[in-house]
Design a protein around this ligand. Structure first.
Ligand code: NAD
Ligand code: WQD
Length: 335
Protein backbone atom coordinates (compact mmCIF):
# COMPACT_ATOMS: atom_id res chain seq x y z
CA UNK A 1 0.00 0.00 0.00
CA UNK A 2 1.72 3.17 -1.20
CA UNK A 3 1.19 6.07 1.20
CA UNK A 4 -0.30 3.63 3.68
CA UNK A 5 0.89 5.42 6.82
CA UNK A 6 -1.38 8.40 6.11
CA UNK A 7 -4.88 9.24 7.24
CA UNK A 8 -6.88 7.11 4.83
CA UNK A 9 -4.16 4.47 4.39
CA UNK A 10 -4.03 3.57 8.08
CA UNK A 11 -7.81 3.15 8.28
CA UNK A 12 -7.79 1.08 5.11
CA UNK A 13 -5.00 -1.14 6.45
CA UNK A 14 -7.13 -1.94 9.50
CA UNK A 15 -10.18 -2.82 7.39
CA UNK A 16 -8.13 -4.94 4.96
CA UNK A 17 -6.52 -6.89 7.78
CA UNK A 18 -9.91 -7.42 9.42
CA UNK A 19 -11.12 -8.75 6.06
CA UNK A 20 -8.26 -11.27 6.00
CA UNK A 21 -5.74 -9.55 3.72
CA UNK A 22 -1.99 -9.26 4.34
CA UNK A 23 -0.83 -5.67 3.95
CA UNK A 24 2.59 -4.09 3.40
CA UNK A 25 2.73 -0.37 4.08
CA UNK A 26 5.17 1.66 1.97
CA UNK A 27 5.46 5.33 2.87
CA UNK A 28 8.19 7.97 2.97
CA UNK A 29 6.57 9.57 6.04
CA UNK A 30 6.55 12.97 4.31
CA UNK A 31 3.10 13.65 5.75
CA UNK A 32 2.75 10.98 8.42
CA UNK A 33 4.52 9.46 11.38
CA UNK A 34 5.55 5.99 12.37
CA UNK A 35 3.24 6.32 15.38
CA UNK A 36 0.33 5.96 12.91
CA UNK A 37 1.59 2.49 11.94
CA UNK A 38 1.93 1.68 15.64
CA UNK A 39 -1.70 2.72 16.08
CA UNK A 40 -2.72 0.30 13.35
CA UNK A 41 -0.72 -2.47 15.01
CA UNK A 42 -2.43 -1.78 18.32
CA UNK A 43 -5.85 -2.09 16.71
CA UNK A 44 -5.13 -5.28 14.76
CA UNK A 45 -3.01 -6.84 17.52
CA UNK A 46 0.05 -7.78 15.49
CA UNK A 47 2.95 -6.16 13.62
CA UNK A 48 2.32 -4.83 10.11
CA UNK A 49 5.20 -4.82 7.59
CA UNK A 50 6.36 -1.26 6.99
CA UNK A 51 8.87 0.02 4.44
CA UNK A 52 10.05 3.62 4.53
CA UNK A 53 10.44 4.42 0.86
CA UNK A 54 9.83 7.27 -1.53
CA UNK A 55 7.68 6.08 -4.43
CA UNK A 56 9.44 8.64 -6.62
CA UNK A 57 12.66 6.61 -6.22
CA UNK A 58 11.93 3.70 -8.54
CA UNK A 59 15.05 1.66 -7.77
CA UNK A 60 14.49 1.69 -4.04
CA UNK A 61 10.76 1.09 -4.46
CA UNK A 62 11.55 -1.98 -6.55
CA UNK A 63 14.16 -3.31 -4.15
CA UNK A 64 12.36 -2.56 -0.89
CA UNK A 65 8.83 -3.48 -1.95
CA UNK A 66 8.27 -5.13 -5.33
CA UNK A 67 11.26 -7.52 -5.11
CA UNK A 68 10.81 -8.24 -1.42
CA UNK A 69 7.10 -9.04 -1.13
CA UNK A 70 4.68 -11.12 -3.12
CA UNK A 71 1.38 -9.26 -3.64
CA UNK A 72 -1.41 -9.06 -6.18
CA UNK A 73 -2.84 -5.59 -5.59
CA UNK A 74 -1.62 -2.06 -4.93
CA UNK A 75 -3.58 0.73 -3.30
CA UNK A 76 -2.00 4.00 -4.29
CA UNK A 77 -2.55 6.72 -1.67
CA UNK A 78 0.90 8.33 -1.99
CA UNK A 79 0.39 11.96 -2.92
CA UNK A 80 0.60 15.48 -1.56
CA UNK A 81 -2.90 16.84 -0.92
CA UNK A 82 -2.78 20.47 0.23
CA UNK A 83 -4.75 22.42 -2.38
CA UNK A 84 -3.36 25.85 -1.39
CA UNK A 85 0.23 24.65 -1.32
CA UNK A 86 -0.22 23.13 -4.78
CA UNK A 87 -1.09 26.57 -6.17
CA UNK A 88 2.10 28.01 -4.66
CA UNK A 89 4.33 25.04 -5.59
CA UNK A 90 2.79 23.30 -8.59
CA UNK A 91 5.96 21.47 -9.66
CA UNK A 92 6.29 19.87 -6.24
CA UNK A 93 2.79 18.45 -6.74
CA UNK A 94 3.27 17.39 -10.36
CA UNK A 95 6.54 15.64 -9.49
CA UNK A 96 5.39 13.83 -6.40
CA UNK A 97 1.86 12.90 -7.38
CA UNK A 98 2.66 11.90 -10.95
CA UNK A 99 6.16 10.42 -10.59
CA UNK A 100 5.01 8.19 -7.72
CA UNK A 101 2.08 6.90 -9.79
CA UNK A 102 4.20 6.36 -12.93
CA UNK A 103 6.75 4.38 -10.92
CA UNK A 104 4.11 2.22 -9.29
CA UNK A 105 2.46 1.48 -12.65
CA UNK A 106 5.82 0.70 -14.29
CA UNK A 107 6.82 -1.69 -11.51
CA UNK A 108 3.41 -3.35 -11.54
CA UNK A 109 3.84 -4.01 -15.25
CA UNK A 110 7.42 -5.20 -14.82
CA UNK A 111 6.74 -7.41 -11.79
CA UNK A 112 3.37 -8.84 -12.82
CA UNK A 113 1.18 -7.14 -10.21
CA UNK A 114 -2.25 -6.77 -11.74
CA UNK A 115 -4.62 -4.68 -9.62
CA UNK A 116 -4.50 -1.05 -8.54
CA UNK A 117 -6.94 1.05 -6.53
CA UNK A 118 -6.27 4.75 -6.98
CA UNK A 119 -7.25 7.59 -4.61
CA UNK A 120 -9.05 10.09 -6.76
CA UNK A 121 -11.15 12.97 -5.55
CA UNK A 122 -14.42 14.81 -6.03
CA UNK A 123 -12.21 17.76 -6.84
CA UNK A 124 -12.07 16.41 -10.45
CA UNK A 125 -15.69 17.59 -10.91
CA UNK A 126 -15.13 21.25 -10.00
CA UNK A 127 -18.60 22.80 -9.60
CA UNK A 128 -20.99 20.45 -11.40
CA UNK A 129 -23.97 22.04 -13.13
CA UNK A 130 -26.26 19.20 -12.08
CA UNK A 131 -26.22 17.56 -8.66
CA UNK A 132 -25.69 14.99 -7.33
CA UNK A 133 -22.48 14.34 -9.26
CA UNK A 134 -22.49 10.99 -11.05
CA UNK A 135 -19.40 9.31 -12.44
CA UNK A 136 -20.58 10.54 -15.86
CA UNK A 137 -20.72 14.18 -14.76
CA UNK A 138 -18.21 15.98 -16.98
CA UNK A 139 -14.96 16.86 -15.27
CA UNK A 140 -14.16 20.55 -15.41
CA UNK A 141 -10.83 22.30 -15.68
CA UNK A 142 -9.23 21.70 -12.28
CA UNK A 143 -8.97 24.80 -10.14
CA UNK A 144 -5.67 23.78 -8.56
CA UNK A 145 -2.52 21.89 -9.58
CA UNK A 146 -3.51 19.32 -6.94
CA UNK A 147 -6.84 18.76 -8.69
CA UNK A 148 -5.06 18.60 -12.01
CA UNK A 149 -2.81 15.79 -10.70
CA UNK A 150 -5.95 13.79 -9.87
CA UNK A 151 -7.41 14.34 -13.35
CA UNK A 152 -4.08 13.54 -15.00
CA UNK A 153 -3.60 10.46 -12.82
CA UNK A 154 -7.01 9.12 -13.82
CA UNK A 155 -6.11 9.67 -17.49
CA UNK A 156 -2.66 8.09 -17.10
CA UNK A 157 -4.23 5.03 -15.48
CA UNK A 158 -6.92 4.77 -18.13
CA UNK A 159 -4.43 4.86 -21.01
CA UNK A 160 -1.96 2.54 -19.28
CA UNK A 161 -4.62 -0.03 -18.52
CA UNK A 162 -5.87 0.18 -22.10
CA UNK A 163 -2.39 -0.63 -23.39
CA UNK A 164 -1.22 -3.11 -20.74
CA UNK A 165 -3.76 -5.88 -20.73
CA UNK A 166 -2.44 -7.48 -17.55
CA UNK A 167 -3.49 -4.41 -15.54
CA UNK A 168 -6.86 -3.44 -14.13
CA UNK A 169 -7.70 -0.40 -12.04
CA UNK A 170 -10.40 1.13 -9.91
CA UNK A 171 -10.35 4.85 -9.15
CA UNK A 172 -12.34 5.87 -6.10
CA UNK A 173 -13.42 9.50 -6.14
CA UNK A 174 -13.59 10.40 -2.47
CA UNK A 175 -15.86 13.22 -1.42
CA UNK A 176 -14.94 14.81 1.96
CA UNK A 177 -13.35 12.19 4.22
CA UNK A 178 -13.71 12.99 7.93
CA UNK A 179 -13.63 11.32 11.35
CA UNK A 180 -11.35 8.74 12.88
CA UNK A 181 -11.28 5.12 13.96
CA UNK A 182 -13.71 4.51 16.85
CA UNK A 183 -10.77 3.27 18.98
CA UNK A 184 -9.25 6.78 18.76
CA UNK A 185 -5.89 5.08 18.05
CA UNK A 186 -5.62 6.41 14.49
CA UNK A 187 -6.95 9.55 12.82
CA UNK A 188 -5.95 12.58 10.81
CA UNK A 189 -2.67 14.29 11.76
CA UNK A 190 -2.60 17.63 9.93
CA UNK A 191 0.68 19.53 10.05
CA UNK A 192 0.41 23.22 11.02
CA UNK A 193 -2.88 25.09 10.70
CA UNK A 194 -5.51 22.74 9.27
CA UNK A 195 -6.98 23.76 5.93
CA UNK A 196 -9.85 21.28 6.22
CA UNK A 197 -13.01 21.95 8.15
CA UNK A 198 -13.23 19.10 10.64
CA UNK A 199 -9.62 19.25 11.93
CA UNK A 200 -10.11 23.00 12.32
CA UNK A 201 -13.30 22.38 14.28
CA UNK A 202 -11.69 19.82 16.61
CA UNK A 203 -8.65 22.03 17.20
CA UNK A 204 -10.92 24.98 17.97
CA UNK A 205 -12.94 22.87 20.40
CA UNK A 206 -9.63 21.83 22.02
CA UNK A 207 -8.66 25.49 22.44
CA UNK A 208 -5.72 25.32 20.01
CA UNK A 209 -7.43 27.70 17.59
CA UNK A 210 -9.31 30.74 18.87
CA UNK A 211 -12.24 30.50 16.50
CA UNK A 212 -13.37 28.88 13.31
CA UNK A 213 -13.99 31.07 10.28
CA UNK A 214 -17.03 29.90 8.33
CA UNK A 215 -16.04 30.81 4.79
CA UNK A 216 -19.14 32.49 3.40
CA UNK A 217 -22.81 32.61 4.41
CA UNK A 218 -24.09 34.16 1.19
CA UNK A 219 -24.02 31.12 -1.08
CA UNK A 220 -27.14 29.94 -2.88
CA UNK A 221 -27.78 27.20 -0.29
CA UNK A 222 -30.45 26.80 2.43
CA UNK A 223 -28.39 28.48 5.18
CA UNK A 224 -25.94 30.33 2.92
CA UNK A 225 -22.90 28.19 3.79
CA UNK A 226 -21.33 25.65 1.40
CA UNK A 227 -22.70 22.14 0.96
CA UNK A 228 -20.43 19.06 0.98
CA UNK A 229 -20.73 15.30 1.24
CA UNK A 230 -18.83 14.24 4.38
CA UNK A 231 -17.83 10.58 4.29
CA UNK A 232 -16.68 8.71 7.40
CA UNK A 233 -13.10 7.50 6.99
CA UNK A 234 -13.96 3.97 8.16
CA UNK A 235 -16.75 3.73 5.58
CA UNK A 236 -14.27 5.03 3.01
CA UNK A 237 -11.69 2.46 4.12
CA UNK A 238 -14.28 -0.31 3.62
CA UNK A 239 -14.79 0.87 0.04
CA UNK A 240 -11.14 -0.02 -0.67
CA UNK A 241 -11.65 -3.53 0.67
CA UNK A 242 -14.65 -3.97 -1.60
CA UNK A 243 -12.71 -2.59 -4.58
CA UNK A 244 -9.81 -5.01 -4.00
CA UNK A 245 -12.26 -7.91 -3.52
CA UNK A 246 -13.91 -6.99 -6.82
CA UNK A 247 -10.62 -7.13 -8.71
CA UNK A 248 -9.14 -10.26 -7.11
CA UNK A 249 -12.46 -12.09 -7.50
CA UNK A 250 -12.63 -11.15 -11.20
CA UNK A 251 -15.91 -9.24 -10.81
CA UNK A 252 -14.92 -6.08 -12.64
CA UNK A 253 -16.95 -5.20 -15.73
CA UNK A 254 -14.26 -3.02 -17.28
CA UNK A 255 -10.54 -2.90 -16.75
CA UNK A 256 -10.73 0.71 -15.56
CA UNK A 257 -13.66 1.59 -13.35
CA UNK A 258 -14.51 4.73 -11.43
CA UNK A 259 -16.76 5.01 -8.38
CA UNK A 260 -17.89 7.96 -6.29
CA UNK A 261 -17.42 7.34 -2.60
CA UNK A 262 -19.67 9.57 -0.55
CA UNK A 263 -22.90 9.44 1.43
CA UNK A 264 -25.14 11.11 -1.14
CA UNK A 265 -26.30 13.62 1.48
CA UNK A 266 -25.37 17.31 1.34
CA UNK A 267 -24.51 18.94 4.68
CA UNK A 268 -23.75 22.63 5.18
CA UNK A 269 -20.77 24.02 7.07
CA UNK A 270 -23.07 25.54 9.70
CA UNK A 271 -25.02 22.28 10.11
CA UNK A 272 -21.78 20.41 10.64
CA UNK A 273 -20.54 22.88 13.27
CA UNK A 274 -23.87 22.78 15.11
CA UNK A 275 -24.03 18.98 15.04
CA UNK A 276 -20.45 18.73 16.34
CA UNK A 277 -21.31 21.01 19.28
CA UNK A 278 -24.50 19.06 19.99
CA UNK A 279 -23.12 15.50 19.94
CA UNK A 280 -19.93 16.35 21.80
CA UNK A 281 -21.30 18.94 24.21
CA UNK A 282 -18.43 21.35 23.49
CA UNK A 283 -18.61 24.84 22.04
CA UNK A 284 -16.90 25.68 18.75
CA UNK A 285 -16.48 29.46 18.70
CA UNK A 286 -17.07 30.58 15.13
CA UNK A 287 -17.62 33.67 13.02
CA UNK A 288 -18.76 34.28 9.48
CA UNK A 289 -15.80 35.18 7.25
CA UNK A 290 -15.47 36.01 3.54
CA UNK A 291 -15.69 33.23 0.98
CA UNK A 292 -12.49 31.21 0.50
CA UNK A 293 -11.15 31.62 -3.07
CA UNK A 294 -11.47 28.44 -5.10
CA UNK A 295 -14.29 26.89 -3.03
CA UNK A 296 -17.17 25.34 -4.92
CA UNK A 297 -20.61 26.28 -3.63
CA UNK A 298 -22.08 22.81 -3.39
CA UNK A 299 -21.25 19.26 -4.28
CA UNK A 300 -22.45 15.87 -3.25
CA UNK A 301 -22.25 12.40 -4.70
CA UNK A 302 -24.58 10.13 -6.51
CA UNK A 303 -23.68 6.87 -4.79
CA UNK A 304 -25.91 4.71 -6.96
CA UNK A 305 -23.08 3.06 -8.86
CA UNK A 306 -21.09 2.28 -5.70
CA UNK A 307 -24.27 0.93 -4.08
CA UNK A 308 -25.35 -1.27 -6.96
CA UNK A 309 -22.05 -2.29 -8.57
CA UNK A 310 -19.61 -2.34 -5.67
CA UNK A 311 -22.25 -3.33 -3.14
CA UNK A 312 -20.87 -0.60 -0.87
CA UNK A 313 -22.85 1.95 1.09
CA UNK A 314 -21.91 4.53 3.71
CA UNK A 315 -23.20 3.30 7.06
CA UNK A 316 -21.83 5.51 9.80
CA UNK A 317 -24.05 8.14 11.33
CA UNK A 318 -22.65 11.67 10.95
CA UNK A 319 -23.04 12.34 14.69
CA UNK A 320 -20.96 9.23 15.48
CA UNK A 321 -18.35 10.36 12.97
CA UNK A 322 -18.07 13.74 14.69
CA UNK A 323 -17.84 12.01 18.09
CA UNK A 324 -14.96 9.91 16.75
CA UNK A 325 -13.23 13.03 15.35
CA UNK A 326 -13.42 14.67 18.78
CA UNK A 327 -12.27 11.51 20.62
CA UNK A 328 -9.22 11.39 18.32
CA UNK A 329 -8.37 15.06 18.89
CA UNK A 330 -8.59 14.51 22.67
CA UNK A 331 -6.38 11.41 22.36
CA UNK A 332 -3.74 13.35 20.37
CA UNK A 333 -3.76 16.24 22.85
CA UNK A 334 -3.90 14.05 25.92
CA UNK A 335 -7.17 15.73 27.01
P1 NAD B 1 -2.13 11.71 3.88
O1 NAD B 1 -1.19 12.83 3.56
O2 NAD B 1 -2.50 11.50 5.29
O3 NAD B 1 -1.54 10.33 3.31
C1 NAD B 1 -0.74 10.26 2.18
C2 NAD B 1 0.50 9.46 2.57
O4 NAD B 1 1.35 9.36 1.43
C3 NAD B 1 1.32 10.12 3.67
O5 NAD B 1 1.57 9.18 4.69
C4 NAD B 1 2.61 10.54 2.98
O6 NAD B 1 3.73 10.47 3.86
C5 NAD B 1 2.68 9.55 1.85
N1 NAD B 1 3.42 9.98 0.67
C6 NAD B 1 3.29 11.14 -0.03
N2 NAD B 1 4.12 11.14 -1.06
C7 NAD B 1 4.81 9.98 -1.01
C8 NAD B 1 5.83 9.40 -1.81
N3 NAD B 1 6.36 10.04 -2.87
N4 NAD B 1 6.30 8.17 -1.48
C9 NAD B 1 5.80 7.51 -0.41
N5 NAD B 1 4.85 8.01 0.38
C10 NAD B 1 4.36 9.23 0.07
O7 NAD B 1 -3.41 11.92 2.96
P2 NAD B 1 -4.80 11.14 2.97
O8 NAD B 1 -5.83 12.09 3.42
O9 NAD B 1 -4.64 9.84 3.63
O10 NAD B 1 -4.99 10.95 1.41
C11 NAD B 1 -4.66 9.75 0.75
C12 NAD B 1 -4.93 9.91 -0.72
O11 NAD B 1 -6.29 10.26 -0.91
C13 NAD B 1 -4.13 11.01 -1.41
O12 NAD B 1 -3.80 10.58 -2.71
C14 NAD B 1 -5.09 12.16 -1.48
O13 NAD B 1 -4.82 13.04 -2.53
C15 NAD B 1 -6.40 11.43 -1.70
N6 NAD B 1 -7.60 12.17 -1.27
C16 NAD B 1 -7.66 12.66 0.01
C17 NAD B 1 -8.78 13.38 0.39
C18 NAD B 1 -8.86 13.98 1.77
O14 NAD B 1 -9.63 14.92 1.95
N7 NAD B 1 -8.14 13.48 2.76
C19 NAD B 1 -9.84 13.56 -0.50
C20 NAD B 1 -9.74 13.01 -1.78
C21 NAD B 1 -8.60 12.32 -2.16
C1 WQD C 1 -15.15 22.02 3.52
C2 WQD C 1 -16.09 23.20 3.66
C3 WQD C 1 -15.04 25.34 3.24
C4 WQD C 1 -12.31 25.30 6.62
C5 WQD C 1 -10.87 19.68 0.12
C6 WQD C 1 -10.13 19.62 -1.17
C7 WQD C 1 -10.61 18.46 -1.99
C8 WQD C 1 -10.57 17.16 -1.18
C9 WQD C 1 -11.21 17.30 0.15
C10 WQD C 1 -8.51 16.04 -1.60
C11 WQD C 1 -15.90 24.25 2.58
C12 WQD C 1 -15.49 25.22 4.68
C13 WQD C 1 -13.28 24.94 5.70
C14 WQD C 1 -12.54 26.37 7.51
C15 WQD C 1 -14.71 26.66 6.51
N1 WQD C 1 -9.22 16.79 -0.91
N2 WQD C 1 -14.45 25.63 5.66
N3 WQD C 1 -13.76 27.01 7.44
O1 WQD C 1 -12.51 22.31 0.23
O2 WQD C 1 -14.51 20.74 0.25
O3 WQD C 1 -12.25 19.85 -0.13
O4 WQD C 1 -10.69 18.43 0.84
O5 WQD C 1 -8.77 15.60 -2.70
O6 WQD C 1 -9.79 18.40 -3.11
O7 WQD C 1 -10.35 20.83 -1.87
O8 WQD C 1 -12.82 20.60 2.10
O9 WQD C 1 -12.62 20.61 4.55
O10 WQD C 1 -11.36 22.36 3.22
O11 WQD C 1 -13.83 22.49 3.36
O12 WQD C 1 -15.77 27.28 6.49
O13 WQD C 1 -11.70 26.73 8.34
O14 WQD C 1 -15.75 23.86 4.89
O15 WQD C 1 -15.30 26.62 2.75
O16 WQD C 1 -17.15 24.78 2.29
P1 WQD C 1 -13.09 20.99 0.55
P2 WQD C 1 -12.58 21.50 3.36
Amino acid sequence: MAGGAGYIGTHTTVELIHAGYNVVIADNLSNSELSAVKGVEQIVGHPVPFEQVDCCDIQTLKRQVFDKYDFDSVIHFAAFKAVGESVAEPLKYFHNNLDSLLNVLSLMKECGVHNIVFSSSATVYGQPEVLPATEQTPRQRANSPYGLTKQMSEDIIQDTVAAVTSLQAIALRYFNPIGAHPSALIGELPKGVPANLVPFITQTAAGIRKELSVFGDDYDTPDGSCLRDYIDVVDLARAHVVAVDRMVQGKTKERFEIFNIGTGTPVSVLELVNLFEKVNGVPVPHKIAPRRPGDVEKIWASTELANTELGWKAERDLGDTLRAAWAWEKHVRGL
